[in-house]
Design a protein around this ligand. Structure first.
Ligand SMILES: Cc1cc2nc3c(=O)[nH]c(=O)nc-3n(C[C@H](O)[C@H](O)[C@H](O)COP(=O)(O)OP(=O)(O)OC[C@H]3O[C@@H](n4cnc5c(N)ncnc54)[C@H](O)[C@@H]3O)c2cc1C
Length: 399
C-alpha cells in the first residue's frame, strides 16, 4: 500500500498552485479542484516584490515567469484638464519590484504542476475531520456527480470568498472586513494618446482615481479605484454606467474619456468590492487556508501575489521538514506568516490613501508628498526611510 500522503488544494490561483507545487516538492500526492470550467488567463498588473520573487525561485518557477517591467518608464500625475507632472509610479519603489500580469505568474506555476491532478468545474460541499484525515465531498458543476475522498490535508486557496473557509471556519461576515471601496481592472487596447506605451499615469481625485500601469511588451492595464459606502448599489446595472456615474458629472477630459471608451469595448474585466480577511487562525484540524482566503490584504498592499507564493512554498518546506508531525508544521507555518500578513494588512490601509485619497485633505497632502518624492530619480540611492518602508516587502521566507 502507498504511504504517500495526499493533499487536496481548493483553487487554481497563485496561492493554490504555489501550495500544490510546495507539497509536491515535499513528496505529497496532490489534487487541485477548481470551480471554473477552465484555467483563467490574462488578468491585471501585479508588482512582484522580493518576498514573491524568492518564493518563485524556491518553487522552481522563476525562469518561467514572463517579466514585463518596462526598461525605461516614467509615471505622470495627470488631471482631467490634461495637466501633467512627474510622479513616482508603482514600479519606482525601491527593492526593484517586477511588473507582470497575474496570468504570467499563474502560467508559470501551471507549467510546473508536474503530476498534480487538476479537476475543473469542481467545488467542495463538505469537509469533515475523521480519524487520521479529512473526508471531503466534492461536486462536479456540470454533471452534479458527487465524490467523497479522504485526504491528509485540505488547503483552502479559493480566494476572498472562500468556500473552504465557510465550510470549516464559519460565515464570511465573521472574517471579511469591507474597506468601502470598489475596483475595476482591465487591459487597454492601446495606450492613452500622447503618452509613450511604457509610461504610467495616475489621475487621483478625492475618493476616486484611475491608474494606468505600463508593460514592456503588451498594452497597459487600467485600474479604476473609488470609495463608496453603498457597495450593493455598485452591482446594480451595467459596470460601464456605474463607472461613468462615479467619474462624473464633471467633463471626463481626454484621458478618462479614452480609458472609459476602451472599457466599453473590453471583453474581460475585474469589477469587485475591496475587503480584507482577518482571522485569529488559518488552520483547523486537517484544513489550512492560504492566500486571499486566509489573509487577503487587498490590491492596495501590493503584496497579495507575493505572499501567496511565499505561503505555498513555505507550507511545502515545513511539511517536508516536520515529516509525520503535521500539527507542528502547520503551527510553525502560521506563526511565521501571520505577523507578516498583519503588518501588510495595516500598511494596506495607509497605501489605499496613496491609491485613492479618502477626501480633499488627503488628496492635497498626497499631492505635496508626491512632488517631494518625484524629485528623487529611480537611479538615486533610496533614502533610509524608503528602505525601511520597503524592507518588509522583500522578506525571504527561507525556512
Ligand atoms: C487589481 C488588482 C491588483 C493587484 N495588484 C497586486 C500587486 O501589485 N502585487 C501583488 O502581490 N498582489 C496584487 N494583487 C493581489 C493578488 O492578485 C491576489 O492577492 C492573488 O492573486 C490572490 O491569489 P489567490 O490564489 O489567493 O486567490 P484567487 O486569485 O482569488 O484564486 C482563487 C481560485 O479559487 C477558485 N475558487 C473559488 N471558489 C472556489 C470553490 N468553491 N471551489 C473551487 N475553486 C474555487 C477561483 O476560481 C480561483 O481560481 C492585486 C489584486 C487586484 C484585484
Amino acid at each position: 500500500m502507498s504511504t504517500q500522503r495526499r493533499a487536496l488544494v481548493v483553487g487554481l490561483g497563485i496561492a493554490g498552485m504555489a501550495s500544490a507545487i510546495g507539497l509536491r516538492q515535499a513528496g505529497w500526492q496532490v489534487t487541485v479542484i477548481e470551480r471554473a470550467a477552465q484555467r483563467r488567463l490574462g488578468g491585471y498588473f501585479i508588482g512582484l516584490f522580493g518576498t514573491g520573487l524568492s518564493a518563485a525561485r524556491r518553487l522552481g518557477v522563476m525562469d518561467a515567469v514572463h517579466m514585463r517591467t518596462p526598461k525605461s518608464t516614467k509615471t505622470w500625475a495627470v488631471t482631467r484638464a490634461g495637466d501633467r507632472s512627474r510622479t513616482n509610479g508603482f514600479l519606482d519603489q525601491p527593492g526593484e519590484p517586477q511588473g507582470v500580469l497575474r496570468g504570467d505568474v499563474e502560467a508559470a506555476l501551471f507549467e510546473h504542476l508536474g503530476d498534480v491532478e487538476v479537476r475543473y468545474a469542481t467545488v467542495p460541499t463538505s469537509i469533515v475531520d475523521v480519524d487520521g484525515g479529512a473526508l471531503v465531498t466534492t461536486r462536479h458543476a456540470a454533471t452534479g456527480d458527487e465524490r467523497c475522498e479522504k485526504f491528509d490535508l485540505v488547503v483552502g486557496a479559493d480566494g476572498v470568498r472562500s468556500t473552504v473557509r465557510r465550510l470549516v471556519f464559519g460565515p464570511h461576515e465573521r472574517y471579511v472586513k469591507p474597506l468601502h471601496a470598489m475596483i475595476c481592472a482591465f487591459q487597454l487596447e492601446s495606450q492613452v494618446p500622447y503618452f509613450p506605451a511604457e509610461h504610467g499615469l495616475v489621475l487621483a481625485e478625492p475618493r476616486r482615481s484611475l491608474w494606468v500601469f505600463p508593460f514592456e511588451d503588451c498594452p497597459p492595464t487600467a485600474l479604476f479605484s473609488y470609495r463608496t459606502r453603498d457597495i450593493d448599489a455598485q452591482f446594480q446595472g451595467p459596470v460601464r454606467e456605474v463607472l461613468r456615474r462615479t467619474y462624473g458629472p464633471e467633463p471626463l477630459g481626454e484621458i478618462l474619456g479614452h480609458v472609459l471608451e476602451q472599457f466599453d469595448r473590453a471583453e474581460h474585466w475585474l469589477f469587485d468590492s475591496v475587503s480584507q480577511v482577518h482571522m485569529p487562525s488559518w488552520r483547523s484540524g486537517r484544513t489550512v487556508l492560504v492566500g486571499d482566503a486566509a489573509w487577503c490584504m487587498t490590491l492596495y498592499s501590493g503584496m497579495g501575489a507575493s505572499v501567496g507564493l511565499a505561503g505555498g512554498s513555505l507550507l511545502g518546506r515545513l511539511v517536508a521538514r516536520h515529516g509525520e508531525d503535521l500539527e507542528t508544521a502547520l503551527r510553525t507555518w502560521e506563526a511565521r506568516l501571520m505577523p507578516f500578513a498583519r503588518q501588510h494588512q495595516r500598511a494596506a490601509l495607509f497605501k489605499s490613501q496613496v491609491f485613492t485619497p479618502s477626501g480633499p485633505v488627503m488628496h492635497f497632502l498626497l499631492k505635496g508628498l508626491n512632488r517631494l518624492g518625484a524629485k528623487r530619480s529611480k537611479d538615486n540611492e533610496p533614502t533610509a526611510l524608503e528602505q525601511w518602508f520597503v524592507r518588509p516587502m522583500n522578506v525571504d521566507f527561507a525556512d
